[in-house]
Write a protein that binds this ligand. Structure first.
Ligand code: ZN
Length: 326
């Protein structure tokens, strides 16, 4: 059901013009795992949601104040170790980027994510467990066109020794370059069109990583309590500490692209544009969205139809048409 042949069947539908529609899950997803920073066991349940709902988190362990936190760039409250979202009552959700990347990469627009703790479970440090759950649950099309953010002009933000930029393109393109002061990681670069299953195939398995001296400093500060070789690549000065090694030779830059896709999905819709990241991270990604949305001439809402359907931001997961879900 996920193949390209099934996808073309959409064009034979009698009523609708060929248009990329919003999508949600066919059934509920549930997973339990450790929180990278708290070390607590956390359960996350992802429910289907109606059109134009977007991605919304709900902290079910918080009952005395507003426990709803929209997954949007203007709710990002901290970017030092991961992307943290918060609301006006100070309720926060951390480490949202890997599940956001999975939703973006699988083309899921509308879900409500219930969570019983302050951060998304780290799972294996990649997006793959979430992609696997989304595929098992299935995805359905909804009776409304998907709105996308079309970039109209280049926006760039300098940040420390790196920069991030976004410029016009007909689909989502990710260019990334890293250059760590390390014998092991060194310089890596990647350029990828996020179409036709590229997210799932090229990015979803790439794990988060840390340098041993940084990980030790975090532990001393009482942070990264859930961090281990089961959910992160740990790099020492002379090699990779994980006994099974890397999943890709350039797993580091692939994970940085995955993070950026998750952070960019906090725009509230897929972005049609070419992202460029040079030695950047969560803070720069959020600054880029702030700069983009501060400039009305830099972007516009759009809907993909006709030939543009073939350039849709799409994880390659076929969705069943289901007009009943609105
Ligand atoms: Zn990450």
């Amino acid at each position: 059901m996920f193949d390209q042949g099934s996808r073309t069947d959409l064009s034979t539908e009698p009523v609708k013009e060929t248009v990329v529609r919003q999508r949600t899950l066919k059934s509920v997803i549930k997973c339990t795992g450790v929180g990278l920073h708290s070390g607590h066991n956390i359960t996350m349940t992802i429910h289907p949601a109606g059109v134009n709902h977007g991605v919304v988190f709900r902290r079910i362990d918080v009952t005395d104040v507003d426990n709803v936190v929209p997954a949007r760039w203007d709710h990002v409250v901290d970017t030092r170790l991961c992307s943290v979202l918060g609301n006006k009552d100070g309720v926060t959700i951390g480490t949202v980027e890997h599940v956001m990347a999975a939703l973006a990469g699988c083309g899921v627009d509308n879900v409500e994510i219930e969570i019983d703790g302050g951060e998304v479970p780290i799972m294996d440090g990649s997006s793959e467990p979430f992609v696997h759950l989304i595929e098992n649950a299935g995805v359905v099309e909804q009776n409304a066109p998907r709105r996308v953010i079309r970039i109209l002009k280049r926006v760039e933000v300098g940040y420390g020794s790196g920069h991030v930029a976004i410029s016009p393109a007909e689909t989502q393109v990710m260019d990334f370059q890293i250059d760590f002061n390390s014998n092991v990681v060194k310089r890596q670069e990647m350029s990828l069109k996020v179409v036709n299953g590229a997210f799932r195939k090229e990015l979803s398995k790439a794990r988060t990583f840390g340098f041993l001296h940084e990980v030790e400093a975090l532990w001393e500060a009482g942070l990264a309590k859930g961090g281990s070789l089961d959910n992160a690549i740990v790099v020492s000065h002379d090699g990779i500490m994980n006994k099974d090694g890397l999943r890709f030779d350039d797993e580091f830059v692939r994970h940085k692209v995955l993070d950026a896709i998750g952070d960019l999905y906090l725009a509230g819709a897929p972005i049609l544009g070419r992202f460029e990241g040079v030695c950047s991270g969560h803070a720069a990604n959020n600054k880029l969205l702030q700069a983009l949305f501060a400039d009305d001439d830099a972007w516009t809402w759009d809907v993909l139809s006709g030939d543009a359907v073939h350039f849709a931001v799409d994880g390659g997961i076929y969705a069943d048409p289901m007009d009943a879900i609105v």
